[in-house]
Design a protein around this ligand. Structure first.
Ligand SMILES: CCCCCCCCCC(=O)SCCNC(=O)CCNC(=O)[C@H](O)C(C)(C)COP(=O)(O)OP(=O)(O)OC[C@H]1O[C@@H](n2cnc3c(N)ncnc32)[C@H](O)[C@@H]1OP(=O)(O)O
Length: 238
């Protein structure tokens, strides 16, 4: 997110055409996720590997026939919908994104399900620790955004309690701990199907100086959040 990233892809879009384009972009990304997974797990012979590599390079050139030179940033449609489709955690057109589907309540209580495959392996059979932190960064970081304080991560302290196992549905949560003007402290965790915490994070998100004029004057209790009410252990486990 940099200054000026809120650019519309077109002055006024045809919503039907945009829906078709987004469907095609999402479908391409999904097929590439399958390709990445196959690339990691395949045991075909060397000749097949070389042939497929050549075919993939040919396909890459087809996509680059018309491509922008810059990253996507956060695009805004003419009806005000924000699209961060290039985001490596939630971006629907980014094949390296799981992608996470994050949902939340107005009080900044966020949730997503997580099930990662072979491309994200760190310890044998387990999710790489950097990926675990990135997932927590995204889900916990979406809590401040939900209450109108979209900040950058100043710190993210991650504790790894148990391995996060590949191919297993986990629940990721994030919630607000404290709002202090432009600074929001938030926490979150990842739980396995037995409800055990595999990792947890304590983070500070700060709305950068260059974005503050776009967000109005902070009061310390944005969106009616009373820090005293949110300094809890987080939502109950379902
Ligand atoms: C659409 C929404 C999507 C939501 C999901 C997003 C999830 C993903 C988020 C990310 O991954 S962001 C990418 C990783 N993070 C960065 O690249 C941030 C790099 N750092 C910065 O840009 C700046 O250092 C920062 C914006 C964090 C703060 O700089 P500013 O110039 O805007 O503010 P300033 O330095 O004056 O600090 C403001 C307050 O925050 C405090 N602060 C800043 N960094 C801190 C820190 N590390 N620890 C504790 N406090 C910190 C600082 O002391 C001060 O407190 P006070 O107002 O009380 O004086």
């Amino acid at each position: 997110m940099t200054d000026g990233a809120f650019a519309s892809p077109a002055a006024v879009e045809d919503p039907d055409a945009l829906a078709v384009t987004e469907q095609a972009q999402g479908d391409l990304a999904e097929s590439l996720r399958e390709l990445v997974d196959a690339c990691v797990r395949t045991r075909v012979d060397d000749g097949t590997l070389m042939a497929v590599a050549q075919e993939v390079r040919t396909l890459t050139q087809r996509l680059l026939a018309r491509a922008q030179s810059d990253p996507l940033g956060i695009e805004a449609t003419s009806d005000g919908r924000l699209r961060d489709h290039g985001n490596p955690m939630v971006g629907m057109r980014n094949p390296i994104a799981p992608p996470l589907a994050v949902t939340g309540d107005a009080d900044g209580t966020m949730s997503a399900s997580l099930c990662l495959g072979a491309a994200y392996e760190g310890p044998p059979g387990c999710v790489h620790g950097g990926m675990v932190a990135a997932v927590l960064d995204q889900v916990v970081g979406s809590a401040p955004a939900m209450i109108g304080r979209p900040g950058l991560t100043a710190y993210l302290n991650t504790s790894y309690r148990r391995p996060t196992v590949l191919g297993t549905e986990h629940v990721v949560r994030g919630w607000i701990e404290e709002v202090d003007g432009w600074k929001v402290r938030a926490r979150g965790d990842i739980r396995d199907p037995q409800g055990r915490v595999t990792a947890e994070a304590d983070a500070l998100f700060v709305v950068p100086r260059w974005a503050r004029e776009h967000l109005g004057t902070p009061t310390g209790d944005a969106a009616g959040i009373d820090p005293a009410d949110t300094a809890t252990q987080g939502p109950a486990t379902s």
